[in-house]
Design a binder for this molecule. Structure first.
Ligand SMILES: Cc1cc2nc3c(=O)[nH]c(=O)nc-3n(C[C@H](O)[C@H](O)[C@H](O)COP(=O)(O)OP(=O)(O)OC[C@H]3O[C@@H](n4cnc5c(N)ncnc54)[C@H](O)[C@@H]3O)c2cc1C
Length: 400
C-alpha cells in the first residue's frame, strides 16, 4: 500500500515511525522547508502520551528531547490562595508514567529524526494543494506542481488541515476560543516547582513551572473578537510584554516575578479548537491529530492525543486490511475519546475567558468545576493504547 502522510508534525512524525514498524514505506510531505524550521513554544506530554510513545519503542524520546518530568498541578485564585490541586505524587504508580514538559521544537525534531532513522521518506517544502481521486488511487498535488500517486492519504496536517478542507468542504471550521495565548521561558530567581502552578488571575489566566532556575510560563489573554490570521505576525515584543505585565499587575507575587524577568514572549497565538466532525475518513483518506480533533492547549492533551492516534492507526493498517476497513477501525476506537477531550478543553477555556470579568459565580463554582476537571484528567491519563486492534466493527463501533 502506497501511503502519503500529509504533515510532518507531532502526529505525522510518530505515524511515520509506527508505519515503518508495521512494514510500510510511507512518504511524509511537510509544507515547511526544513527540519530546523519546525518551531513552537512548549507543551506537556501527559502520562498517556508518554505511554503511547513507549508502545512503539520511543519511550526515551522525552528525555532525548530534554523534557523534564512534572506531576500534578496547583490551582490558585487571584489572591494566591490554592483552591484546588491535582496531586501527581502517585502518577508513576497509577499510570506507569509522569507528565513531561518539553519545548515543542525539540520534541518535534527528535520525532522527525527517529522517523528518518526508521527509513521514512520525507519531502520538505511540499505543501499539499489538491487531491484527485481516480480508480487506481489518489493523485496528491503540491504547490510546486509536483504530484505523487498513492493508495491512501493520511491528513496529519494540523488544525487548518488542507486534507480535511479538500475532502469535506462543508466540514465545520475551527472555532476561536476567545483566548490569545502567549508565553515562553525565562531565567528566574525562584525555586523549582514540583507541580505546575496555575492562577485564575484578576484579568487573565497564568501558568508556570520552574526547573533549574528556568520558568516556563504562559498567559491566556481574553479577547472576545477573533483576530485576523496575520495580526500577530510582526509582534512588537516590548509593547506586548508591557500589556501582559499590566494585565497581571495585581496578581500574586510569583506571577509578577516571572513576568518581571521575562523580556519577551515567543509569540501570540489565538487559540482554536475543532467542533466534532461528521466523519474522519473515506475509503482512501483519513485524518489524525489536530486535523481530526484539535483540542485547546488548556487540556494539555494535544500532542498526547496525536501520538495515540498515530500508534492506533498504524496498528489498524498493519493488519493488512483494505485502507477503508483499517480507517473505520481506527475511527471507531478514537473518535469518542478525542471529542470528549475537545469538549473538556472548551469548558476549561470558557472558565479562563470569564476570568477577565472577575465573575463571582465563577469563583463560587470553581472548586466544584476543578474537582470535575481532576476526575476527567485522571481518566485521560489512565488510557493505554490497546496492544492489538479490536474488531473494527465490534460492539459499539460505528462506521464514520
Ligand atoms: C509551528 C507550530 C507550533 C506549535 N506550538 C505549540 C506550542 O507551543 N504549544 C502547544 O501546546 N502546541 C503547539 N502546537 C500544536 C501542537 O503541536 C499540536 O496541537 C499537536 O502536537 C498535534 O499535532 P499534529 O501533528 O496533529 O499537528 P501539528 O503539530 O500542527 O502539525 C501539522 C503539520 O502539518 C504541516 N502542514 C500543514 N498544512 C500542510 C499542507 N497543506 N501540506 C503539507 N504539510 C502541511 C504543518 O507545517 C505542520 O508541521 C504547534 C503547532 C505548530 C505547527
Amino acid at each position: 500500500m502506497r501511503i502519503l502522510v500529509v504533515g510532518g508534525g507531532i502526529a505525522g512524525a510518530t505515524l511515520a515511525v509506527a508505519l515503518r514498524q508495521a512494514g510500510f514505506d510511507p512518504l511524509v510531505a511537510e509544507a515547511r522547508h526544513s527540519r530546523a524550521a519546525l518551531g513552537g513554544a512548549f507543551l506537556t506530554l501527559a502520562p498517556n502520551g508518554v505511554n503511547a510513545l513507549r508502545a512503539i519503542g520511543l519511550g526515551d524520546v522525552p528525555s532525548a528531547a530534554e523534557g523534564f518530568e512534572v506531576s500534578g498541578l496547583d490551582m490558585h485564585n487571584a489572591r494566591g490562595r490554592r483552591i484546588a490541586e491535582l496531586a501527581g505524587e502517585h502518577d508513576l504508580d497509577r499510570y506507569g508514567a509522569r507528565g513531561v514538559v518539553l519545548r515543542r521544537a525539540r520534541l518535534h525534531a527528535e520525532l522527525t529524526r527517529r522517523a528518518q532513522a526508521a527509513g521514512a521518506r520525507y519531502r520538505f517544502g511540499a505543501r499539499l494543494v489538491d487531491l484527485r481521486h481516480h480508480a487506481a488511487g489518489v493523485t496528491a498535488v503540491f504547490a510546486d506542481d509536483e504530484t505523487v500517486e498513492v493508495d491512501a492519504v493520511i491528513g496529519a496536517d494540523g488544525i487548518w488541515s488542507t486534507v480535511r478542507r479538500l475532502t469535506w468542504p462543508d466540514a465545520p471550521r475551527p472555532r476561536y476560543t476567545g483566548i490569545v495565548d502567549c508565553g515562553g521561558w525565562t531565567t528566574v530567581d525562584l525555586p523549582d516547582t514540583s507541580r505546575q502552578q496555575m492562577y485564575f488571575g484578576h484579568r487573565a489566566f497564568f501558568g508556570y513551572v520552574v526547573r533549574d532556575s528556568l520558568a516556563y510560563w504562559f498567559t491566556n489573554v481574553p479577547r472576545r473578537d477573533e483576530p485576523e490570521r496575520t495580526e500577530f505576525d510582526n509582534l512588537d515584543h516590548q509593547d506586548w510584554m508591557t500589556r501582559i505585565r499590566e494585565l497581571h499587575a495585581d496578581d500574586p507575587a510569583p506571577i509578577r516575578a516571572v513576568l518581571g524577568a521575562a523580556n519577551r514572549s515567543l509569540g501570540a497565538w489565538p487559540l482554536y479548537d475543532l467542533p466534532d466532525l461528521p466523519a474522519w475518513h473515506t475509503s482512501t483518506v483519513c485524518l489524525v491529530g489536530d486535523a481530526a480533533h484539535a483540542v485547546s492547549p488548556s487540556t494539555g492533551q494535544g500532542a498526547s492525543l496525536a501520538i495515540e492516534d498515530a500508534v492506533v492507526l498504524a496498528r489498524h493498517l498493519g493488519t493488512g486490511r483494505r485502507p477503508e476497513t483499517a480507517f473505520a477501525g481506527f475511527v471507531a476506537e478514537r473518535k469518542s475519546r478525542a471529542e470528549k477531550i475537545v469538549r473538556f478543553g472548551r469548558q476549561i477555556g470558557d472558565r479562563k475567558a470569564s476570568s477577565a470579568a472577575g465573575n463571582l459565580f465563577r469563583d463560587l463554582t470553581l472548586g466544584f468545576f476543578l474537582r470535575m476537571g481532576a476526575k476527567a484528567a485522571r481518566e485521560q491519563y489512565a488510557y493505554r493504547v490497546p496492544q492489538r486492534p479490536e474488531s473494527p466493527y465490534g460492539p459499539g463501533a460505528t462506521r464514520a
